[in-house]
Design a protein around this ligand. Structure first.
Ligand code: SF4
Length: 308
């Protein structure tokens, strides 16, 4: 068994989880989180068992209640709604998502039409679109590029969701640049370091194995991309929340396995899988490090102020 490194929690997810743990300590329950704190069933279930309520609408939070925004960020109209309703809001948006929001505000102020490359209905995309809805157009595929209503004279800028497939995003950006040579983009890539590093590790290590197992939830964009990447390399690959979802049929005639985890999957589910494969199949574990990560983000300012 090859254990990919880096894998699992990124700095944004660590910060969001720490923020929710700290909020429970400081404010107790009832405590509300707008959408899933991170897209992982195991993590969400853990917090539910501690009395946290996850809501899809701010209207579900009682007036004066405490609400935490997830790592994926929210739109300005939602922040305003929270203010009007006098909710205590704690913002656990990942700073790398905030970076994309700030770029959207900047481009909109400068008069650009913004092409946001991302997946419709993803929490992060909804939040980013909300920064400048009048000038924002979502581009999901290379095919979408041909349908765009803009011309060679349009002032155009692109941004991307942070958790896309690097290869897919590059294909869309190339198609956009070909059709609109005037297109400009962010100074530094929006696809975050954690997404890129986990994809790079799969690209490098999947070559060596028969089967790729990715720990993560089905609604986790970056976890989905890891399984998809391995499949594109011609490998059998599966995305599972926990070892309980492992189908022994996948292991028939398999001599080597790559295990990795999306940025929202906790290490405990990885260790459970390792224990199972070691115990039942005599797997020998080798960790292969493709890149070191040392990124850390501070707690949201609302919690830092209370702690001080
Ligand atoms: S995957 Fe990237 S953008 Fe998302 S929370 Fe982690 S570091 Fe932030």
């Amino acid at each position: 068994m090859i254990l990919a490194n880096p894998r699992g929690f990124c700095a944004g997810v660590n910060m969001a989880i720490d923020a929710l743990d700290q909020s429970i300590k400081q404010f107790g329950t009832p405590l509300y989180v707008y959408h899933e704190i991170v897209h992982n069933r195991y993590v969400v279930d853990r917090f539910k068992s501690q009395g946290v309520t996850f809501v899809n609408e701010l209207a579900e939070v009682p007036n004066g209640g405490t609400v935490l925004y997830s790592a994926h960020g929210v739109s300005p109209s939602l922040r305003q709604e929270a203010k009007t309703r006098q909710l205590r809001a704690i913002d656990a948006t990942c700073p790398l998502v905030t970076k994309v929001h700030l770029e959207a505000i900047k481009f909109a102020k400068e008069g650009y039409q913004i092409l946001l490359i991302g997946h419709a209905d993803h929490d992060e995309v909804i939040g980013t679109m909300g920064e400048a809805p009048a000038v924002m157009t979502l581009v999901e595929t290379v095919e979408d590029v041909e349908k765009l209503p803009f011309t060679a004279d349009s002032k155009l800028a692109y941004l991307t969701q942070t958790t896309l497939s690097v290869d897919d995003a590059n294909m869309i950006i190339s198609a956009l640049k070909k059709r609109f040579p005037q297109l400009i983009g962010p100074n530094k890539e929006d696809i975050c370091y954690a997404t890129q590093n986990r994809q790079e590790a799969v690209k490098e290590l999947a070559k060596e194995v028969d089967l790729v197992l990715v720990l993560g939830s089905q609604n986790s964009s970056n976890s989905q991309r890891l399984a998809e990447l391995a499949k594109l390399m011609g490998k059998q690959a599966h995305l599972i929340d926990t070892v309980a979802e492992l189908d022994p049929a996948w292991l028939l005639n398999v001599k080597s396995v790559l295990v990795t985890a999306g940025a929202s999957a906790p290490e405990v589910v990885v260790q459970d899988l390792i224990d199972y494969l070691t115990r039942c199949y005599g797997a020998k574990v080798e960790t292969h490090t493709v890149r070191e990560e040392h990124v850390r983000f501070p707690l949201p300012k609302e919690l830092r102020l209370v702690m001080a």
